[in-house]
Design a protein around this ligand. Structure first.
Ligand code: FES
Length: 235
């Protein structure tokens, strides 16, 4: 782990971009966003989380069109391969004997797993592979994922709606805690794009329980209310 003092560990720097379970080691690539930055999310075969700018440095084709090859990501267009961790180009299929130029490198962001989520830090110097403790505390052990709400509004508006419903935020983890229709809920808000936010919802209710079903219903209602309020504000 890089313990550089330059590493920014403030809560606002870490974005909950995807569920950890949605990324399988050495397998799929998931598209993501954080503060307008388009991301390619994947895992090397040893399970290490990767979050890269979703553009190949060769001709800017989206990495999410490519494939994971063990601990490398291969671009769909000309097949150049880039190493997990560093993002360094390691193979150019059209010139197999040629050493790839050292300056051909994918843009790599800090990525860690904590509390069932993949968190990304867009600060270029952040290369930690262990999560800051406050991220691990975002969702208590034993809580269950309910769903992710996609809301077409700014993340600040989504946070405001949670505050209006009596949710309070934990300054350390950035998680919001309260209840929706009487169901204990934790909400993690992702600032994806200027007018696009994701709200990841967790609860201590058991999967398949009536309480979990009620939370699904309450979540849909929350999204409708947030988007209606946002349209009213911009209308
Ligand atoms: S555009 Fe990616 S290898 Fe050419």
């Amino acid at each position: 782990m890089n313990t550089s003092s330059n590493c920014d560990t403030s809560t606002a720097s870490w974005h909950p971009v995807a569920r950890s379970a949605d990324l399988r080691p050495g397998a799929n690539i998931v598209a993501g966003f954080a503060q307008g930055q388009e991301l390619a999310l994947w895992r090397s075969s040893d399970g290490a989380a990767q979050a890269w700018d979703n553009r190949c440095p060769h001709r800017s084709v989206r990495f999410t069109l490519g494939q994971v090859v063990e601990d490398r990501l291969a671009c769909a267009y000309h097949g150049w391969q880039y190493a997990a961790g560093s993002g360094q180009c390691t193979r150019i299929p059209a010139h197999p004997a040629m050493q790839a130029p050292r300056n051909v490198c994918a843009k790599v962001f800090g990525a860690v797993d904590a509390a069932g989520m993949l968190w990304v830090n867009l600060a270029p110097e952040t290369q930690d592979t262990a999560p800051p403790p406050f991220l691990s505390d975002a969702v208590p052990t034993g809580w269950h994922f309910c769903r992710t709400l996609t809301v077409r509004t700014a993340a600040g508006t989504a946070r405001g709606a949670l505050a209006q419903r009596g949710f309070t935020t934990d300054a350390a983890s950035g998680a919001w805690r309260g209840s929706l229709d009487g169901i204990d809920t934790i909400a993690l808000v992702l600032d994806a794009q200027p007018q696009l936010a994701f709200i990841h919802l967790w609860t201590d209710a058991a999967p398949g329980s009536d309480a979990m079903k009620a939370l699904h219903t309450a979540a849909r209602s929350l999204r409708t209310d947030i988007e209606a309020a946002s349209q009213h504000r911009h209308g």
